[in-house]
Ligand binder design. Structure first.
Ligand code: PLP
Length: 396
């Protein structure tokens, strides 16, 4: 018999994907320009020109068998060394190539890290609202998920809630800052508070608790510092991706950094290599490794997302909506007028606005708006947002 669990996962697509697919059908019916699709986190800004130039140079000047051949299982050593140099120069992370494992994006970084850490029945804490795939990844790794809700006014975790969720089975907490779906960045003082709490609880229970820092949005901050978690907490594994910072989500490239300050760091890195092997995630795509290796330190033109954020946030607040101010990523988490997010999103479709209910993120009562779209789409969508608001307020 096939795996029922996997069959179910395959048949039930995510809410985000369902809305995206609906959008494709609707665009075919009424024209793409008439649908305001804010559903997916697909970067709308091209990769920097250096990336294309790096690809061309690699293709024109490299020995093709080497270029397209297997790298070491953990990735090409020189690319890993360049990544280590970069995080050392920015964060004094004390990294070396031997602590970097190249992956197929943050999703692979997460599944590998979870497999490396989890023994069946260990608990992983998720801070809601969270990227819905976390639950799938954790459960596949054999972990029991424990959710800690972060609420208004700031969507930051409260120390007392976190403290109550930690027990002797707690193995890890996934921290995603800047956050999908709220856009919130955890400030340094709050991160330090979380770190101190985890250390205290670890001592109390005689256990090692890890932070899995999911950082695909690290570079997408519009002014606020994004604290580097390995500098605040020793037992940290960073899951990084170039999907958003270099606008390469389809290329599937990222890395894991095991902090040298983590307990038994070398063994933990060996477990990462073992998990990568067991999951079939060895030798991340070589051409992409070499190409990003030539673009370390570069980003897409993030300023354009900041302009989108300013335009959309300002206009929606003027209309009367409310949301927590997003300091990073490219999402806005809007309070659904009336409180019923799925009903609000259904109503939004009448105005050709495609928004995602927060329920699947563990954020009931809110909707996620991905503003990684053209400025023009935002400008043209504003009358629709206004009509929708009036409709919700019974003014139509
Ligand atoms: N983590 C978060 C919070 C995300 O939003 C995403 C993608 O949107 C991922 C992980 C997966 O990223 P990648 O495409 O690099 O696998």
């Amino acid at each position: 018999m096939i795996s029922k669990k996997m069959e179910q996962l395959g048949k039930k697509s995510s809410v985000i994907r369902e809305i995206f697919e609906y959008g494709k059908r609707r665009k075919a019916e009424i024209g793409a320009e008439n649908v305001f699709d804010f559903s997916l986190g697909n970067p709308s800004i091209p990769a920097p020109p250096e990336f294309g130039a790096a690809l061309l140079e690699l293709i024109e000047k490299s020995d093709p068998t080497a270029l397209h051949g297997y790298t070491s299982a953990a990735g090409d050593l020189s690319v890993r060394a360049r990544i280590a140099e970069n995080i050392n120069s920015r964060f004094s992370a004390g990294a070396s190539a031997e602590q970097i494992y190249m992956t197929c994006g943050a999703a692979a970084s997460l599944t590998i890290s979870l497999s490396a850490l989890i023994n069946e029945g260990d608990e992983v804490i998720l801070l809601a609202p969270f990227f819905p795939e976390y639950r799938v990844f954790c459960e596949k790794a054999g972990a029991v998920v424990r959710v800690v809700s972060c609420r208004e006014p700031d969507f930051l975790p409260r120390a007392e809630d976190l403290s109550a969720a930690i027990n002797e089975k707690t193995k890890a907490i996934i921290i995603n800052s800047p956050n999908n779906p709220t856009g919130v960045i955890i400030p340094k003082e709050k991160m330090a508070e979380i770190a101190a709490l985890l250390s205290k609880k670890g001592e109390e229970f005689g256990t090692d608790i890890y932070i899995i820092a999911d950082e695909p949005y690290r570079e997408l901050s519009y002014g606020m510092e994004v604290p580097y978690i390995p500098n605040l907490y020793d037992n940290t594994v960073v899951c990084y991706s170039f999907s958003k910072s270099l606008s390469l989500p389809g290329e599937r490239i990222g890395y894991i950094f095991v902090s040298p300050r983590a307990k038994d760091s070398a063994d933990l890195f060996a477990a990462v290599c073992g998990a990568g092997r067991a999951l079939g995630f060895v030798c991340a795509p070589s051409l992409m490794q070499y190409a990003v290796g030539k673009c370390i330190g570069l980003t897409s033109d993030i300023e354009l997302y900041r302009q989108n954020r300013d335009l959309l946030f300002g206009a929606l607040m003027d209309i009367g909506y409310s949301a927590v101010y997003p300091d990073g990523a490219f999402y806005l988490f809007l309070r659904a007028p009336g409180g019923d997010a799925p009903a609000f999103c259904e109503k939004a479709k009448k105005y050709e606005l495609l928004l995602v209910p927060g329920d699947s993120f563990g954020g009931e009562g809110y909707v996620r708006i991905s503003y990684c779209v053209s400025r023009e789409q935002i400008e043209r969508s504003l009358p629709a947002f206004k009509e929708l608001y009036k409709d919700c307020m019974g003014e139509k």
